[in-house]
Write a protein that binds this ligand. Structure first.
Ligand code: ACO
Length: 449
């Protein structure tokens, strides 16, 4: 099979959301800290009617229906998530409910977990399968889904929730350039979930920011080396990357990341950046790598000189991450969905650079090439089917107090049995799966609105 990649996509996020501006005030943070400081607009969250399984059910069923894919045409289903509801039973097995009626039990794949990286692992597994001798001609389906919640404190405004489903197969409008894919993995304790009785992570915020940027550096230099080896010319952001999409814990880190890549280009060869950019970065040319990661002046100047390129290459993928917050595994792919939504007809032939980061840590930098002319799947079809604007418009804004009380309710629900959700179903859009009961044996039942 040739041109293996993404054929179709859908996105789901809970309708309930809170405004960062209001959360800021409620939390007693200084005005502008969450909106300008973190760069976030709103945060989406699940009530006790929804969880990572229901969001995954919703997004998979919706993709199959909208694109008219018969469930028996799926031969592999992979889920990437770090939202642990069960330490043994994969989310994937819960999704098999959707394939029972047609009698399709012949579907490989289970869940992949490592912080926000699981979706990327699931995508890689699916691409591998389609490209392998094991492939039987059917589609693979990748689900990246998470409910990101933090304990009260500095990290809470960086929560979020959402799910993305991607149909994988040959002759795709979004083809992964696999030979350039670069990876960096290491052992660090920047963000982890050792307390199995709590949904909240243990997080060293500052360390996680540095680890993210260091991983980006490593992946970028490996990606550039692979590109140059295969293509016989250097990779530079200004010449070779049309768009760049980042895993987005919050938008400010995305701004810093892109600026960091511009600084990388400058350090590789000052002629890789424009003359005025080069002259402004010159004072930082002699910094050691370690110094460059903590130098606040460099951070500021790099963001300034990268601004123009950021606006054209990065900003078009930031709407959903800014509106929904960190969706962990789904975050990077919600950025991709946003780009397809905002630049639909302008993507033909373009290269999209993607950076995936999962704390702990696992990270990859890879790229897609867009080919708009393939049938029956196309970027315009994906943009239309996802109906992102309608989904954003149909959200329900709640006040911070309600958000906080929902978080308290969810703390009592985590790991609990024998309950029926109490939240109002009026917050669910039609077609949404929701939890109806957790019985005395912790077995979960779902229904569809
Ligand atoms: N107006 C404008 N900007 C402000 C204001 C204000 N009133 N107040 C603060 N800021 C700026 C700060 O200057 C800072 O920006 P800068 O880094 O460009 O200087 C930004 O807002 C954040 O302020 P901090 O004081 O650095 O924030 P704090 O340390 O309280 O929390 C953090 C931020 C560490 C990101 C926290 O939210 C967190 O731990 N989140 C979870 C971890 C995370 O997302 N890590 C990223 C990678 S790992 C992953 O994906 C989970």
């Amino acid at each position: 099979p040739e041109n293996v990649g993404i054929l179709a996509m859908d996105v789901y996020f809970p309708a309930s959301c809170v405004k960062q501006e209001e959360l800021e005030e409620h939390d007693g943070a200084s005005k502008g800290k969450y909106t300008i400081g973190l760069g976030q607009d709103r945060l989406a969250f699940c009530t006790d009617l929804e969880d990572v399984i229901s969001m995954s059910l919703t997004v998979v069923q919706s993709l199959l229906e909208k694109y008219g894919i018969p469930p028996e045409r799926i031969g592999r289903l992979e889920v990437g998530s770090e939202t642990v509801i069960d330490k043994s039973k994969a989310i994937k097995t819960c999704l098999m409910q959707l394939f029972q009626e047609c009698g399709n039990g012949d579907i490989e794949g289970v869940d992949s977990t490592n912080a926000c990286y699981g979706g990327t692992a699931a995508l890689q597994n699916s691409l591998n399968w389609v490209e392998s001798t094991a492939w039987d001609g059917r589609f693979a389906l990748v689900v990246a889904a998470d409910s990101a919640v933090y304990a009260e404190g500095a990290a809470r405004p960086t929560g979020g929730a959402g799910a993305v489903a991607m149909l994988i197969g040959p002759d795709a409008p979004l083809v992964m350039e696999r030979s350039f894919s670069a990876t960096h993995m290491a052992h660090v304790y920047d963000f982890y979930k050792p307390n199995l009785a709590s949904e909240y992570p243990v997080v060293d915020g500052k360390l996680s920011q540095t680890c993210y940027l260091q991983a980006l550096d490593s992946c970028y230099s490996r990606y550039c080396a692979k590109f140059e080896k295969r293509q016989g010319k250097p990779f530079t952001l200004s010449e070779q990357a049309d768009f760049a999409i980042f895993h987005a814990p919050y938008n400010k880190l995305v701004q810093k990341s892109f600026a960091r890549l511009v600084y990388n280009d400058f350090m590789r060869n000052s002629s890789f950046v424009e003359a005025d950019v080069s002259s402004k970065l010159q004072p930082f040319a002699d910094l050691s790598l370690a110094e460059s990661l903590v130098n606040r002046d460099l951070e500021k100047v790099a963001q300034q000189v990268a601004k123009k390129q950021y606006d054209s290459k990065v900003a078009p993928s930031t709407l959903l991450p800014k509106e929904l917050g960190n969706m962990y595994c789904a975050s990077l792919y919600a950025g991709l969905a946003t780009l397809l939504h905002t630049k639909t007809e302008m993507l033909d032939g373009k290269r999209l650079l993607m950076f995936s980061y999962g704390s702990g840590l696992a990270s990859s930098l890879f790229s897609f090439k867009v080919c708009q002319g393939r049938t029956p799947y196309s970027v315009s079809q994906i943009a239309e089917k996802m109906s992102i604007a309608e989904k954003l418009d149909s959200r329900i804004l709640v006040d911070p107090k309600t958000f906080v009380s929902t978080m308290h309710l969810m703390e009592t629900r985590y790991g609990a049995k024998d309950f029926i959700p109490v939240s109002s179903q009026s917050t669910l859009r039609p077609g949404t799966f929701y939890l109806t009961q957790v019985d005395a044996l912790y077995r979960r039942s779902y229904s569809r609105k």
